[in-house]
Design a protein around this ligand. Structure first.
Ligand SMILES: Cc1ncc(COP(=O)(O)O)c(C=O)c1O
Length: 402
């Protein structure tokens, strides 16, 4: 294993400003190869698909390569299972519209209060239109965990869809999605998994998760602002017919994609996956194997740093960490500081050169159970380019608030 965080950081121009970038859960920065891949498409000429000249053919290759890259990253069976869109939120609305098409009064949908609102509201709103019943699964506010039974006890013969996160963006906890999806399958319900926070910190295998659909966002894993929904099986997409323009392609997955794809951003998606596959400099084999090896190295790195961060926070008497008492599954820490609003805390940190986000992180349904208002709390989040000095800078700046 050859993971060298300084070598990784050197590839990220944004990190050269010397600040502690501890807001990865809100969005990561991009490395030079991603910037170059995107620039190259724009520099070399990008034309719309389906024309006989080189720039059009290149756009077609860019799209095909990006689908293959995301299939490798998520363990999807192949590029035909990957749908692109502007964001996870936009794609989830797109899939909610088409999946809810056949719902009738009396049908049921299960969502969770641990989820980001992007995997709640689209289902709630479409269920409401169809007259379907929405059942909310509650997490345990003391531990931040969502036990499997809290979801499975809501699944019944009328359940059409279960929407669940693979990792909470607020608390960093990770439900047992495979067990939930297995129960959903028993009653013939589909499972739509929010993998936005899971993807950057896991060796993802959509089939093992049991997800019928798995959503991810490239800007959370060193890529540009592009979302993707991955189907576990191409026939899932084959059987769905979303609204589309009359002349737009009828074949899947293109028929899910509205308008012209962002070719330059898709080139960045491929470059980001290649970058992730190369984080362990000694990883070998095909891209899937290199991704798995690199993931392992990154997870060990992240685990050590989140351990240091949580230990450090526990030493500060004026800081209260929320969420799991033990280490979270994804490397983030949610906390509040006595006598200060989250905005005051992050303003102080920003002055000290520390980029940490505050707010409700759109985990809307989780706020009330945690006793939080819309202003939320402070969230420090780590990723593969986080270094020990970043964690130290945060802890030092927080100590000043005591
Ligand atoms: C867990 C989770 N789901 C969904 C989203 C929404 O993703 P997007 O910005 O691509 O719509 C986010 C964004 O922060 C997130 O953290």
């Amino acid at each position: 294993m050859a993971f060298d965080v300084e070598q990784v950081r050197a590839q990220y121009p944004a990190l050269a400003d010397g600040r502690a970038w501890l807001d990865a859960a809100a969005g990561t920065q991009v490395p030079q190869p991603v910037i170059e891949a995107m620039s190259e498409v724009l520099r070399g000429g990008a034309s719309n698909l389906g024309q006989p000249y080189g720039s059009s053919r290149r756009s077609g290759e860019v799209v095909a390569q990006a689908r293959t890259a995301v299939a490798d990253l998520t363990g999807a069976p192949g590029p035909e299972c990957v749908v692109f869109g502007p964001s996870m939120t936009a794609l989830t609305y797109r899939f909610a519209a088409v999946l809810a098409d056949g719902w009738t009064p009396g049908d049921e949908v299960v969502v969770t209060r641990l989820d980001h609102d992007a995997n709640v509201r689209p289902w709630v709103q479409h269920a409401w239109r169809a007259g379907a019943l929405v059942r909310f699964a509650d997490f345990d506010p003391e531990t931040g965990q969502l036990p499997v039974e809290r979801v499975t006890e809501l699944i019944g013969e009328r359940t059409r869809l279960v929407a669940v996160t693979a990792a909470s963006n607020l608390l960093g906890t990770a439900p047992d999605v495979a067990a939930i999806a297995a129960r959903a399958r028993e009653v013939g319900a589909l499972t739509f998994v929010d993998g936005v926070q899971h993807t950057p910190h896991a060796d993802v295998r959509v089939a093992e998760l049991g997800a019928d659909f798995y959503a991810t966002s490239a800007y959370k894993w060193s890529g540009p602002h592009v979302g993707a929904v991955v189907a576990a099986d191409a026939w899932q997409l084959e059987n769905l017919h979303p609204d589309k323009l009359a002349p737009a392609p009828d074949e899947s997955p293109s028929r899910f994609e509205l308008g012209t794809l962002p070719f330059e951003a898709l080139a960045g998606v491929t470059a980001a996956v290649d970058h992730l596959a190369g984080l362990d400099a000694e990883a070998s084999g095909d891209r899937r194997e290199r991704l798995a090896a690199s993931r392992k190295a990154v997870l060990a790195h992240e685990e050590e740093l989140i351990g240091r961060l949580c230990d450090g926070l526990a030493q500060l008497p004026h800081v209260r960490r929320l969420g799991p008492p033990q280490l979270p599954s994804t490397p983030l820490a949610l906390f509040s500081v006595d006598g200060r609003t989250p905005a005051e805390v992050t303003a102080h940190l920003a002055e000290r050169g520390v980029n940490v986000s505050q707010g409700n992180s759109y985990a809307w349904e989780a706020l009330a159970p945690l006793g939080l208002g819309a202003e939320g709390a402070v969230r420090a989040s780590l990723c593969h380019y986080t270094a020990e000095q970043d964690v130290r800078a945060l802890l030092d700046a927080l100590a000043e608030l005591g």
